[in-house]
Design a protein around this ligand. Structure first.
Ligand SMILES: Nc1ncnc2c1ncn2[C@@H]1O[C@H](COP(=O)(O)OP(=O)(O)OP(=O)(O)O)[C@@H](O)[C@H]1O
Ligand SMILES: [Mg+2]
Length: 360
């Protein structure tokens, strides 16, 4: 019985280390991105206009964590003449609530949830900022949701045009994971610098996961081979969150077997549930059309672009441009893979493979 756990024992030294919202003390491989964001914000600390930026990178590449770190640092400089207004658009999905959140960050006070017109709230934001004589940098995290709701353009345009009526210095950062923001019609006010967050490499992934294991689990609970296996599962998804989730679920599986160590079958069993949860999170940023394409591709398994389009068109009556945009979004989310197949005399064709079927 030596190798078995009794019910009150746990393999976690610190379970919180594996929660999604955890901000790690050691945040590696994002120096360049943090530096670029810092450059954009810096003029604001002197009361000047911060630079507009877009942060773009697949899910689980450290975008939100970078901002949490930067906001922490900024809060330590108490004399700053800059307000950082962070809004998570995953949970704040209407134009009014985005602005209300900004107002709350500026004043510490919640504006009324109804009975005040959007225009009036804009005036309040502008007047308050002008009275404080500070610059403001607005961070619209998960701005994909504003695109999904078709309000991205209005929010960005209205915020960045406030200086036309008031003496204000407002900079803005939109953070995106799967949709590239439509800039064509707002570029005159929003000329952003792009900061890219590439997916972590295998070595980086292993290092990040290994460090979590060291601080979050008791010694010898998880051997290196298991961390390597989990890294191998996370890298193709380009999503470190998936790797952290797999670590946690594998340990829970080992605990359920009352074992003191995690074995490979614990990872295999964790993989199924973790993949389902990941997919659910992603489906939230997809329109009905994009979900329809994913379902169609999923049913077909592997298909040529032409066949997939025909089937998609039959089901949704949508045209090629919509198909193309939706396909790109699925590729960005790393839910499907594509490659070009050479068909000799008949030319080249694009092949699409679904990495994880939507059913089952
Ligand atoms: N370089 C890193 N070192 C340690 N942990 C990291 C690193 N990058 C990301 N993480 C961890 O991975 C998880 C996901 O990171 P984060 O929330 O910053 O991703 P994101 O790019 O904002 O994803 P999404 O687009 O889905 O919002 C967090 O728990 C975070 O602590
Ligand atoms: Mg995020």
């Amino acid at each position: 019985m030596k190798n078995f756990l009794t019910w009150e024992q746990t393999l976690f030294k610190d379970r919180e280390i594996f929660e999604f919202g955890h901000v790690p003390d050691e945040f590696l491989y994002r120096e360049l991105q943090m530096k670029n964001i810092g450059y954009a914000i810096a003029p604001g600390t002197e009361g000047k206009q911060p630079q507009n930026i877009i942060c773009i990178g697949p899910p689980g590449t450290g975008k939100t964590t970078s901002f949490k770190k930067i906001i922490d640092q900024a809060e330590q400089i108490s004399s700053s003449s800059l307000i950082l207004a962070y809004v998570n658009c995953r949970y704040t999905q209407t134009h009014y609530s985005v602005l209300a959140e900004i107002y709350k960050k500026m004043t510490g006070i919640e504006p009324p949830t109804s009975g005040i017109a959007l225009k009036k709230l804009y005036e309040k934001v502008a007047e308050t900022l002008a009275a404080k004589n500070k610059s403001m940098f607005v961070i619209l995290d998960d701005a994909d949701f504003l695109i999904l709701r078709r309000i991205f353009h209005d929010v960005v345009n209205n915020l960045l045009r406030l200086h036309e009526e008031y003496p204000l210095n407002i900079g803005l950062c939109a953070v995106h994971s799967v949709s590239y923001p439509p800039l064509d019609d707002i570029t005159s006010v929003f000329i952003p610098k792009i900061v890219k967050f590439p997916a972590y490499t295998w070595d980086e992934t292993f290092d990040i996961l290994n460090r979590r294991v060291k601080i979050g689990l008791y010694p010898n609970v998880m051997e290196t081979g298991i961390i390597e296996k989990i890294s191998g599962c996370a890298v193709p998804k380009g999503d470190i969150r998936f790797g952290i989730d797999l670590l946690k679920r594998s340990v829970i599986n080992a605990e359920m077997r009352a074992s003191k160590t995690v074995d490979f079958t614990d990872v295999d069993n964790a993989l199924i549930e973790a993949s389902k949860d990941r997919l659910k999170r992603y489906l939230k940023v997809f329109t009905d059309t994009e979900t329809a394409l994913l379902n169609t591709a999923s049913e077909m398994g592997t298909s040529h672009a032409g066949e997939l389009f025909d089937e998609f068109h039959k089901r949704t009556k949508k045209g090629y441009t919509t198909f193309h945009k939706a396909l790109n979004k699925l590729i960005n989310a790393k839910l499907v893979d594509t490659y070009i197949e050479n068909r000799g005399k008949n030319g080249r064709t694009r092949v699409i493979t679904v990495k994880q079927p939507t059913s089952g």
